[in-house]
Design a binder for this molecule. Structure first.
Ligand code: ADP
Ligand code: ZN
Length: 294
């Protein structure tokens, strides 16, 4: 059986065909222009491919409340041609197969839980630290959702006493994303993260904020594995700093064996699927949509 997937990003759309094991058999990358033009390119790709369902992992925010009149619409995005666009409705009109939709972060989380760093666990947290910060939680093999998808990148964290950077989130100023996403590193230190590789104090502070967030996620969700991806996490020296600070902040209050010094490097980990997480995740979303309708 073949499934179709669309990784719908702000700069490019990647379409794929794959099987139930998550193997990608064919793919095509298209620039994100207008909704009409971009989806026409996807339609052309899927023509004659006989997929049983199509999954979409989309940039957001996207309305995922099934009872909402704007379910499946892209909400407040700076990409004006896409603002309030009915992505789910447009996909339904174009393709006469079950359509599944979730966020790009949730798609990556699902893929890592099925075929990547959390394979076999059915329960994990995936966090991406890039232009923004987003996180998705897989609980019993399903994405955690309430009214809509969570926005865990915008949680409020304690500020480190010596950090004078005011924060860059347009909504909350100094939420986690405002203090720790890639643009915050650049604004605080005057250079892009990749150019600050050797500067230990940059990564100590970054690990301070990311560990604040992880402690909150561990205390509220008790995930079985935490996977950290996105451009900023390419600075692999962050991992041991984060491990150490998470342990210090939890201070043995929770005593999962995963949090011990011997095991924590296997608990808070980099992604395994890397650049394939989005497209594979959309494949997993397609499979779920198929299972729900058959
Ligand atoms: P996006 O979030 O836009 O999908 P990325 O995950 O690559 O894309 O995130 C881009 C952000 O991450 C930018 O702020 C960039 O400066 C930062 N970034 C990208 N690569 C690195 C790196 N190797 N080291 C540190 N920061 C990086
Ligand atoms: Zn915010």
């Amino acid at each position: 059986m073949l499934f179709g997937s669309i990784e719908a990003g702000g700069t490019k759309f990647v379409c794929g065909i794959g099987n139930e094991k998550g193997d990608i058999l064919e793919r095509l990358s298209l620039p994100t222009t207008t909704p009409e033009e971009t989806l026409a390119g996807c339609e052309h790709f899927f023509e004659g491919k006989d997929v049983s369902a199509i999954g979409i992992g989309s940039f957001g925010p996207v309305d995922l409340d099934p009872s909402s009149a704007t379910y499946g619409h892209i909400m407040n995005t700076p990409k004006l041609a896409w603002k309030h666009f009915d992505l789910f409705g447009a996909a339904k009109l174009r393709w006469n197969v079950p359509i599944g939709l979730d966020t790009d972060v949730n798609a990556a989380a699902l893929a890592e839980s099925k075929w990547g760093a959390a394979a076999g666990l059915q329960n994990c947290l995936y966090i991406t630290v890039g232009t923004g910060i987003g996180a998705g939680a897989v609980v019993d093999g399903q994405m955690l959702k309430g009214i809509s998808h969570p926005e865990m990148g915008h949680i409020l964290v304690r500020r480190r006493h010596d950090d004078t950077y005011k924060g860059g989130c347009p909504y909350h100023t100094d939420c986690l994303e405002g203090l720790a996403a890639g643009p915050a590193i650049e604004a605080r230190w005057g250079k892009k993260g990749v150019e600050l590789q050797e500067d230990h104090k940059v990564w100590e502070l970054e690990a301070f904020y990311l560990s604040e967030a992880l402690v909150n996620y561990i205390l509220t969700l008790a995930p079985k594995k935490i996977i950290m991806g996105g451009g900023v996490m390419k600075q692999r020296q962050l991992f041991p700093l984060i491990h150490h600070q998470v342990q210090q902040k939890l201070n043995d209050y929770v005593f999962f064996s995963q949090l011990t010094s011997e095991k924590i490097a296997d608990y808070i980990v980099p992604p395994q699927l890397e650049d394939n997480a989005g497209i594979k995740g959309a494949m997993a979303i397609a499979q779920q949509a198929y299972d729900e309708t058959s």
